[in-house]
Structures are given as C-alpha cells and as structure tokens.
Design a protein around this ligand. Structure first.
Ligand SMILES: [Mg+2]
Length: 357
C-alpha cells in the first residue's frame, strides 16, 4: 500500500477566530495577548501583524513598538478550544486516521481511502479530499486551513508550510529530492537551533548541501546522522502516533509573578484539565493517574500523584483530584512560580472499545 499523509494547519488560528467573531478586526493587525500596559506576552498574531515582525511569545510592549496600530485582543482560550473541537470533528468525518498535534494542527493518514496504481497517483487522489476538507472548514467554520499532501509526515508538514494561508501543496515522490534542495536545513524535523548552528558552521545551510555531503554526518550530529540523511532525502517512516502509543498528557504554566492566590491557581488547573480532557477524548482514552507539579521561586520542584481505579475522562474529575492533591500535600505553602497538571497510565475507558481503522 502507498502511504498518503496530509498535514492540516489552520491559518493564524487564534487571530483568525478573533477576526471572524469581530468583523471590525478583519484586515487589521490583530495581536492576541495581554495589552502592552500589563507586561503581557503575545499569544498569537494575525498575518497583518506578522508583517510588522510581531511574533508569539514576544513581550506585548515590543509588539506595540513594532506595530503601533496593532489591535490588542485578550486571548479566549475556551473559544479556541471549542473551535478546535469542531474542526477536529470535521477532520474525523473524512474517515482518515488522525494524529492531532495541537489545537490547530493534525496529520491525517488517508492511505486506505486514496490508493491508485503508483505512489504519485495515490497522492493525487488525495487532492479532491483535501479540497473538500478545506471547503467544509471554510463554509462551516468560516476559517481557512492549509493542507500539505505527501508520502510521509516530514514532507506533508513541509508541504503545508510551503504556501500559506489557504494553501494546498502536494509533493510528489518523484520530485521530493528536488523540492527539498533549496530549503534551509532548519526546515527538517529534528533540526533545532543547536543542530542548525553545527550544520551552518560546517557550511551546510541548505537541505541540498546535506543531500550532497560526501562525509559521515556522524562527526557533526552524532546518532542523529542516519535519520538526518534520510530526512534530507525526503524519507521518513515515522508512523502516526495514535492513542495506544502515548504515555502521558500534560500541561504547565509559568506565572508572570509568583503566586499563591487560590483563585488564580484553580483557574489555571481548570484550564489545564479541560485541555487534557479534550486530548483524552480525541484519543478515546481515560487516565488512571493524575499528577500535579509545582515549582517555587527558588526553583525547587515537587510532583505528587494519585492513581484511581477507574480511568478518568472528565475535566471536572481531573481538576478536583488536582485541587485535592495540592491541599493534601500542602503544596501551596509558599507562592508558586509554575503549576503543572498531567495524566498518565492511559487506558481505553471501561465498557468502550478502541476503534481501529
Ligand atoms: Mg496554525
């Protein structure tokens, strides 16, 4: 069977939801994040704001300096999560095997519904499917998505990054080596800042340089060498990660200012629990173990966990257990710098069978 993988990525997701819900923001540089007066951080930026150099995780005050006309909008995480849930439902409707990567990004394995006489014909069969998916998201959610189609995860992601927003790019197997040549090495999965610097220092700036490199890459990148070379040639056999393969799900938040305010901490746990519930539901899993993690101002870090017999699937249960753990273990004896919540020992919930496509 020929592999056919799509990578779907919503375009400027948070900012697009804001522009959709408030038409006055359409066409304006929207900056989702705390206002610059409150030493906040940018959560997301619309394409208009990105043109001014505004990026997520940037201090709001810097964003304001780069883009004085920017419209600051407070993030509405609940709305984005709800939107994400609806989009993932539309994606599930395609019959694909789905690995959700984040609120606005997923891999779809459509191999079983997109088979033809050879690899490239199979990829082309996925084009109408991708077009229909984009059209449904546009008509039902009034948002745009970009989709990349290729024979593996590495290339599908590179394809969706290739042309945004509202793009659809297919990388044929026959052209993948050429397609990758002019891209910076950073485009390859697994090449972060550190590896990039090593490669640049060795004169390897483009993927093509890696393809042509006659020497052993192990001298530069150690045990990553074999995989890096495969990636540079457009080969990648990583499977989609489905529910039965993940071991834990967690989130954490670092506070702008250390806090022991119970209301703030509870709100934080509540949000994390809701996120965990969504990710558990998506993978049709329940969790036996709930873990909280706290870090104090001096960076001392403690974790405490509790395991239950019946797998948990509801945010309310996970949240209650987390609050209870914080209290029982007296973890908030002094202000927290960071608070995290996670679940592990993942199982399919009792009485329900995991449906394998
Ligand atoms: Mg996105």
């Amino acid at each position: 069977m020929f592999r056919v993988i799509c990578h779907l990525d919503m375009d400027a997701f948070y900012a697009s939801v804001e522009q959709r819900d408030n038409p006055a923001l359409i066409g304006k540089p929207v900056i989702v994040g705390a206002p610059p007066t409150q030493r906040g951080v940018v959560c997301a930026a619309s394409y208009e704001a990105r043109q001014f150099g505004v990026r997520s995780a940037m201090a709001s005050i810097t964003a304001k300096r780069l883009c004085p006309e920017g419209c600051f909008v407070r993030p509405r995480m609940d709305a984005y999560r709800e939107e994400s849930r609806r989009i993932m439902q539309i994606i599930a409707g395609t019959g694909a095997i789905v690995e959700q990567m984040s609120v606005d990004e997923a891999y779809l394995d459509v191999s079983s519904i997109s088979q033809a006489e050879d690899a490239d014909a199979s990829l082309r069969l996925a084009v109408p499917l991708a077009r229909e998916l984009k059209a449904r998201i546009k008509s039902e959610r009034r948002l745009t998505a970009t989709i990349g189609i290729a024979a593996n995860k590495l290339l599908a992601k590179i394809a969706s990054d290739h042309q945004k927003p509202d793009g659809l790019t297919l990388i044929p197997e026959k052209e993948k080596v050429q397609f990758l040549r002019p891209l910076p090495v950073r485009a390859l999965y697994g090449v972060g800042k550190v590896t990039e610097k090593v490669l640049l220092d060795a004169g390897l700036a483009m993927v093509g340089d890696l393809q042509d490199y006659p020497n052993d890459l192990r001298a530069l990148v150690g045990s990553f060498a074999g995989q890096l070379k495969s990636f540079a040639m457009g080969e990648d056999d990583r499977p989609l990660e489905l529910g039965d393969e993940i071991k834990s799900i967690s989130g954490e938040e670092t506070f702008l200012k250390d806090t022991d305010d119970r209301k703030v901490l509870r709100a934080c746990l509540k949000e994390q629990a809701a996120d965990i519930e969504l990710r558990l539901k998506h993978r049709r899993l329940g969790a036996h173990t709930v873990q909280v993690k706290v870090r104090y101002g001096d960076f001392t870090t403690l974790t405490r966990q509790f395991t239950v017999e019946e797998p948990l699937t509801e945010a309310g249960d996970i949240y209650r257990l987390a609050c209870w753990l914080l209290g029982r273990e007296r973890l908030v004896s002094r202000p927290l710098r960071l608070l995290g919540l996670g679940v592990s020992s993942l199982r399919e919930p009792a009485g329900r069978q995991l449906v394998l496509l």
